[in-house]
Design a protein around this ligand. Structure first.
Ligand code: ADP
Ligand code: MG
Length: 252
C-alpha cells in the first residue's frame, strides 16, 4: 500500500516543488513505484518532469471537480517508475469551486484511494496557501513533509501550518503524521544558515532529516529542461543530496 506524503508549507519559494519532483524521481530510481500529484495551479511539478501543459487532456482539476477517475489522468514521465497526475492553470478556479461542493475536504482522499495498491509512494505537491487544496492534500495523506528554507524568516508562518495540521488531525484525518522537516537552500558560506538549522532542530527535534539540501545551481536549472536532477545531472551535488533524502524517507 502506498504511503501518501503531502509536501506542504504555505510559504512560496521554500523548495516544495523541487523536493516533490526530486524525492519522487529518486524514490523511483531506488526501485519504488512513485506517483506525483500536482495540486498547485502553477503546475511547476508538471512541467518539472517534462510534461507540456498544453498537451494535458485530463488533470487533477477534472479529478477533484468533475470526479474523473484518477487513473485517467495519470501520465508517465521520463523517469522509469515515476508517474504524475498533472495540474494545469484550470486548477486556479478549484479553490473557489470546491467551496460549495459536497465532501469538499475529502475529494482527493477518495480519488487517490484506488491508486494505493499501485504505488509505494504518492507525493502531493501543495500550493503556497492553506486553502482547500492544501486541506485536501493533508486529508488524503499519511504524513506531511515540510521543506524549510534556510533563511532569516524560516520559522515565520510555521505556527499557522502546524495549526492547520492539528485541525485536520482533529476533524478530518486522525492518522496524519509529520513525516519530517527538510532544510533547503543552505548557503554554506553564511553563518545564518547554521543558526536556522539550530533553531529548526530545537523546534522539530528528531523530525529534522539529517540530509540538508544546499543551494545548487544544477537544481535550479533542471526544471527548465523538464527533468528531475537525477536525469539532468546525476553526478551533481543536488542529485546526491536528494538521493540521500529519498533513502532517509524510505528508511534505506
Ligand atoms: P516552492 O515550490 O516552495 O514554491 P520551489 O521548489 O519552486 O519552491 O523553489 C523555488 C525556486 O528556488 C525555484 O526556482 C527552484 O528552482 C529554486 N530552488 C529550489 N531548491 C533549490 C536549491 N537547493 N538550490 C538552488 N535553487 C533551488
Ligand atoms: Mg511549488
Amino acid at each position: 500500500m502506498a504511503r501518501i506524503i503531502a509536501v506542504a508549507n504555505q510559504k512560496g519559494g521554500v523548495g516544495k516543488t523541487t523536493t516533490a519532483v526530486n524525492l519522487g524521481a529518486c524514490l523511483a530510481t531506488l526501485g519504488k513505484r512513485a506517483l506525483l500529484v500536482d495540486i498547485d495551479p502553477q503546475g511547476n511539478t508538471t512541467s518539472g518532469v517534462g510534461i507540456n501543459k498544453a498537451d494535458v487532456s485530463s488533470c487533477i482539476y477534472d479529478v477533484l471537480i468533475n470526479e474523473v477517475d484518477a487513473h485517467e489522468s495519470i501520465l508517465a514521465t521520463g523517469v522509469e517508475g515515476l508517474h504524475i497526475i498533472p495540474a494545469t492553470i484550470q486548477l486556479a478556479g478549484a479553490e473557489i469551486e470546491l467551496v460549495p461542493t459536497i465532501s469538499r475536504e475529502v475529494r482527493l482522499r477518495k480519488a487517490l484511494q484506488p491508486l494505493k495498491t499501485k504505488y509505494d509512494y504518492i507525493i502531493i505537491d501543495c500550493p503556497p496557501s492553506l486553502g482547500l487544496l492544501t486541506v485536501n492534500a493533508l486529508t488524503a495523506s499519511d504524513s506531511v513533509l515540510i521543506p524549510i528554507q534556510c533563511e532569516y524568516y524560516a520559522l515565520e508562518g510555521l505556527s499557522q501550518l502546524l495549526n492547520t495540521i492539528r485541525l485536520v488531525q482533529k476533524h478530518l484525518n486522525t492518522k496524519l503524521e509529520i513525516e519530517g522537516v527538510v532544510l533547503t537552500m543552505l548557503d554554506a558560506r553564511t553563518n545564518l544558515g547554521i543558526q536556522v538549522i539550530e533553531d529548526v532542530k530545537k523546534y522539530f527535534r528528531e523530525k529534522v532529516y539529517n540530509t540538508i539540501i544546499p543551494r545548487n545551481v544544477r537544481l535550479s536549472e533542471a526544471p527548465s529542461h523538464g527533468q528531475p536532477i537525477i536525469s539532468y545531472d546525476p553526478k551533481s551535488r543536488g542529485a546526491e543530496v536528494y538521493m540521500d533524502l529519498a533513502k532517509e524517507v524510505s528508511n534505506l
